[in-house]
Design a protein around this ligand. Structure first.
Ligand code: ARG
Ligand code: ZN
Length: 875
């Protein structure tokens, strides 16, 4: 059934307190929930109470301490109705029995490598007990856990620990946790198992002493330093930048190896996919370190944006996710290089969110309808949601933005609220009308902004003509003009930004021009010479810019722009234009020749030591195959795109061969491995140079790659070399894979990279290899990380093989979706979204993709998750 935003009704009953007693057992866990309930004002006495369940077995039910007769309630696995509850507040005691060992969906209470753990967002709590499982029901929880002491020495739940003890006459012990902050059920968590504890402490700004712990499998204690360091820095930063302090006596993090998503912000007890906790230089790349820092921060920041203030309903998901992603992006920007972080975030947005917004799964940042909420944890809700918050900051300025947020924290603390309430705080704090801006939450699709400019030397005017439009989106026939903040500069011939008085035709404050009509013309006066327009600096809005810049203007921006983001963008645009041109030539059977301009620009980036190494590495990274496919938009031939990228890479390598080798050797950071921004930048640039050098045709290149692979003292360099050996199909390919496997067999996170490297290798042999790897002793279809490392990375990171012209790639993924769907619908439906751009493929391929989708669709017992995705993808 469809759930619609406009049909929202407040709950008929309140639940003020929840006492849970959990008797843990792998196959038969007994949960006794004691709920204190009361009618909401406006609920008629006797209104039935309907609680949610999911695969539950009811074994006991009391109302105010009295056993309920069978005529007084109806119970099924997914619903418990109390026919005529008392008019005055009452207590309900519900006993359910569940089987965590058999829970393969990894929602609710399940076991990960023997540890009991939970995932309740969005609707997992109903798999533990019957409940009003919706985010606007806030209760105070007390949780008593009981388990055999030997198997589960560690017993954790939300809040503060208030009591522990042994159970007389048995081998069992218990712990009681109390969380004083009212919260929705999706933030409930418990963990029980035999885990190692890595302790630390933090003193908050106001002097509260907080106990910090990271719990991991025994033997992994040494892999927690970076995560703990990231946590402490997050806590301090949120105090300093947003005035937010931690509020409990303890903050616990648990790392588990079987987890559907990245991590979960359960109050006081964050549960993480272990890939976002565990790191050491030998097994984690620089990217892993950056991800850990960001995800630790993200979950911690949720304590205010998500937990203290939560969502009224799941349509408001972006209220907590968009805002929290924005906050973690800002944190990482402050910890490292702001421009480099911005480029990475925009790359992610363009590669994940733009295709979503341009395909059949497009939806507004705040959707209006869903069938399965788990399918809305999307790049649009998260990443575009963060961009919308960022635009708000750009439009309001730092001070008003902060004032608006302060008001939000102040006014809505302890509430479950909405986007409207959020925006109202900024309207009030900044005395501004945001009703038009709010369209960013309502309209799907990426606006395209077209730009034309004209210089009149006589009148010394520079006129910019802007127009905006959102291309058609499924279910959205028309759209209204959005409010688009465009950060800009007019660059004079000397490379400096011109000083300008406010132009006519648009609101401009400082360096931000606000486009808010379908068409707008802006005229700058007293412009002494023809400027180059640098628009959308810092990617100030999530739009596509269609700006007809001449190659010499792009070259000028690439060399001169004061905005590092737009310098990078200019290099990318030059490369993109050439890749699009080359792929269409190749498609027609011509052999293209890469543009000299692009080769020259890449050469100057390689050698420009005045630029930050990380920025140079970013600029030298060609747009991905998927980026180029997206730019082409229709009738896409992935083989032609692949060939175009190869051609350009080789041309760059051949022209700059002599610069590459010295660069590679000179960039080795001195001393022990460190994940700091400077060392990371050096490794990134050295490995980028190595990537070109490997394509230079130099006889020594393969040897150098192998030597670096073997000699690497960190995973970043080792994996970069391994990827070249395998993706370029060098002679040592198999030897390298073997060498790596032997070295890292014991680390499943390192082995994920081994599977991924092979799954993303170009070439026709990959498909059979992936099939063979599915039978490898280390392949485990019940482990989401392993499934993602092999199948998801094949489907999303190997365009030529997933979209093979014989359809075998689609078939493999379709088969896998069907097999996985039976045990874990969330992992299956995620994998299924890799088909989302099928209509953009050339006719031969899109027919094959469609038939794979139809095959999935024809399966009658698909999960609701996969049914929803396949229906929308085909519609
Ligand atoms: N709230 C979590 C996070 O952003 C993600 C939970 C996703 N869970 C799910 N079942 N889709 O950090
Ligand atoms: Zn989140």
């Amino acid at each position: 059934p469809a759930i619609r935003l406009e049909e929202y009704q407040p709950p008929a009953y309140r639940i003020d307190t929840v006492h849970l007693d959990v008797q843990l057992d792998p196959a038969a866990t007994t949960v006794t929930a004691t709920l204190s309930l009361a009618r909401q004002a406006g609920t008629k006495a006797g209104t039935p109470l309907v609680l949610d369940g999911d695969e539950l077995t009811l074994t006991g039910l009391k109302l105010n301490g009295e056993e309920l007769g069978s005529q007084d309630f109806t119970a099924s696995a997914d619903r418990l109705e109390i026919n005529a509850p008392p008019a005055s507040p009452f207590e309900l005691t519900i006993t359910t029995q569940i089987n965590p060992g058999a829970n393969t969906k990894l929602m609710g209470l399940y076991r990960s490598s023997g540890t009991f753990c939970t995932q309740c967002e969005a609707e997992g709590f109903r798999r533990i007990t019957y409940f009003l499982d919706r985010p606007d029901v806030l209760a105070v929880y007390t949780t008593r856990l009981e388990a055999p002491k030997a198997e589960c020495p560690v017993l954790l739940a939300n809040g503060n620990l208030i009591e522990t003890g042994g159970v007389a006459g048995s081998d069992r012990h218990y712990a009681v946790w109390h969380d004083p902050f009212p919260k929705p059920a999706y933030l409930f968590a418990l963990v029980a198992g035999d885990l190692a504890q890595v302790p630390d402490r933090f003193t908050t700004a106001s002097g509260r002493d907080v106990e910090l712990n990271i719990y991991v499998e025994h033997g992994k204690e040494g892999l927690c330093d970076w995560a703990m360091d990231s946590l402490k820095r997050s806590m301090r930063w949120d105090e300093q930048v947003f005035g937010r302090e931690y509020d409990l006596e303890v903050f616990n993090i648990v790392a588990v190896s079987n987890f559907n998503m990245g991590a979960m912000e359960n109050k006081g007890l964050n549960i993480f996919n272990d890939k976002y906790v565990l790191a050491d230089p030998d097994t984690a790349t620089d990217q892993d370190y950056a991800n850990i820092e960001a995800v630790i921060a993200h979950e911690y920041f949720h304590n205010w944006t998500g937990n203290r203030i939560t969502c009224r309903d799941w349509f408001q998901l972006c209220l907590k996710e968009g805002l929290t992603v924005f906050r973690d992006q800002e944190f990482s920007a402050d910890m490292r290089s702001r421009p480099v972080k911005r480029i990475a975030d925009v790359r992610l947005l363009k590669s994940h969110q733009f295709p979503e917004d341009a395909g059949p799964l497009a939806h507004p940042v705040r959707p209006r309808i869903y069938h399965e909420i788990n399918n809305f944890y999307t790049a649009t809700v998260y990443e575009k949601g963060a961009e919308v918050v960022r635009m708000l900051k750009t439009l309001l300025g730092d001070d008003s933005f902060r004032a608006g947020l302060d008001l939000y924290f102040d006014r809505h603390d302890g509430q479950a609220t909405t986007i409207e309430a959020f925006l109202a705080c900024f309207e009030e704090a900044a005395a501004i009308d945001l009703s038009r801006f709010a369209l960013w939450y309502e309209q799907a699709g990426t606006p395209v902004v077209a730009v034309q400019s004209e210089y009149d030397p006589e009148r010394q005017t520079f006129t910019v003509k802007l127009s905006q439009e959102i291309p058609p989106v499924p279910g959205q026939k028309s759209s209204k003009p959005a409010v688009i903040p465009l950060r800009f500069g007019l660059i004079g011939p000397n490379g400096e930004d011109m000083d300008l008085s406010a132009p006519e035709g648009a609101t401009v404050s400082g360096d931000v021009l606000v486009l808010d009509k379908a068409h707008q013309e802006v005229t700058f006066r007293d412009v002494a010479s023809r400027p180059v327009l640098s628009l959308l600096r810092g990617f100030s809005a999530p739009i596509r810019l269609s700006q007809e810049l001449q190659p010499d203007e792009l070259l000028f921006l690439a060399a001169q722009d004061n905005d590092p983001f737009n310098r990078w963008q200019a290099v990318q645009t030059l490369a993109m234009q050439d890749l699009v041109r080359l792929s269409s030539l190749i498609r027609r059977g011509d052999s293209g020749k890469p543009s000299e301009d692009v080769i020259r620009v890449m050469g100057s980036v390689l050698t420009d030591t005045s630029l930050d190494a990380a920025l140079r590495a970013q600029a030298l990274t060609l747009p991905s195959e998927a980026d180029v496919a997206q730019e082409i938009g229709k009738d896409v031939d992935p083989d032609a795109i692949f060939a175009a990228r190869r051609l350009l890479r080789e041309a760059i390598a051949l022209s700059h061969g002599s610069e590459l080798l010295p660069l590679i050797t000179s960039l080795a950071p001195a001393g022990a491995y460190s994940p700091d921004a400077e060392a990371v930048g050096k490794r990134a640039l050295a490995n980028r140079a190595l990537h070109y050098y490997a394509a230079s045709g130099d006889d020594d290149a393969a040897r150098l790659v192998w030597d670096r692979f073997v000699a690497a003292d960190n995973m970043t360099d080792r994996l970069a070399a391994l990827t070249l050996l395998v993706h370029d199909h060098m002679a040592q390919e198999e030897a390298a894979l073997d060498h790596y496997r032997k070295r890292h067999e014991a680390s499943s996170l390192a082995m994920d990279k081994w599977f991924m490297t092979q799954a993303t290798a170009p070439g026709d042999r990959t498909l059979d290899k992936v099939r063979a790897l599915m039978k490898h002793p280390l392949y485990d279809s019940s482990n989401p990380n392993r499934v993602r490392s092999l199948l998801q990375s094949f489907a999303t990171g190997n365009p030529t093989q997933f979209a093979r012209a014989d359809g075998a790639g689609f078939e493999l993924v379709a088969e896998s979706v069907l097999a996985i769907d039976k045990r874990n619908p969330q992992v299956a439906s995620r994998l299924l979204t890799s088909f989302r751009s099928w209509r953009a493929l050339d006719p031969q391929r899109s027919v094959l993709a469609e038939s794979a989708l139809l095959r999935i669709s024809s399966c009658e017992d698909l999960s609701r998750d996969s049914r929803d995705i396949v229906d929308r993808t085909l519609q």
